[in-house]
Every structure is written in C-alpha cells, then in structure tokens.
Design a protein. Sequence first.
Length: 117
Amino acid sequence: MIPPLKYLQHYPATLQEKIRQLQTQNKLGDYLTERYPKSHAIQTDKALYEYSNEIKQAFLRNAPILDKVHYDNRLSIEHHALGLNTAISRVQGGKLKAKKEIKISSFFKTTPAEFLR
C-alpha cells in the first residue's frame, strides 16, 4: 500500500498521483527547484517579525500587533509542526498580560518565499 501524503490529502487526486510519481523517481526536489527557483531573503528573526506584521496589517488591520515572531530550531516536520501560534499569559504586577507569539520552523529559512507565506 502506498503511504498517504499527509499534508496533501485535500488536494486533487491527480496532483497527489503526480507527486507520488515524482517521489518514486527521486525527482520531486528537482521539480520544486525548477518551479520555485528563488529563495527568500528573510533570514533573521527581526526580518521575519517585520514580514509577518506586514501580512497581518494587510489582512487583519484591527488585530493587535504581534509581540514576537521567530524561527525555532526545535520545530520540524518530524514533530508534526511547521509553526505554532501561542498566546502566553504573564502576570505583571497586579495585571495579567497576554503575549501573542508565532514560532516558525527553521526549515523555512531555506525554502522559496511562496512556502514561507
């Protein structure tokens, strides 16, 4: 039995079959490199923070600004997480402060910009 394509289950069957063929021929990496030749320049946590706040501003204008966005070396495909959105509550004095954080797998540092977006 062919193992299911976990992250592509909701895509059309024809696309899944094409990907399986490329996998068996060991040409999937070449295909992706040909289709997405350019890598992105967002390599630092500061650049990632600015990039994600630009996206947030474009689509969620009334939402509060993100407190922290960074690449996380511990997140990987093997851990079944490419990124995490968290809201952390901290006590500051007599008040409870909520911080909104996004952690993105370091895997995306070397991928094309379309994958990061």
